[in-house]
Write a new protein. Structure first.
Length: 55
């Protein structure tokens, strides 16, 4: 299935804000949208990795 434009826009906006806040961060999409088997009420599963999170 093709990802709806509203979801792609949300991902682009998220990535832009993430780069501004944490330039070294990496974001990974997983779950139903990454697999391509999402439903109309599926959420976005994203994990963010950054050295800023190290304890």
């Amino acid at each position: 299935m093709e990802v709806p434009e509203r979801i792609r826009r949300a991902l682009r906006d998220f990535a832009s804000k993430l780069r501004a806040a944490l330039p070294d961060a990496e974001a990974y999409l997983f779950g139903s949208y990454a697999r391509g088997d999402w439903l109309h009420d599926s959420d976005l599963d994203i994990v963010v990795v950054s050295r800023a999170f190290e304890g």
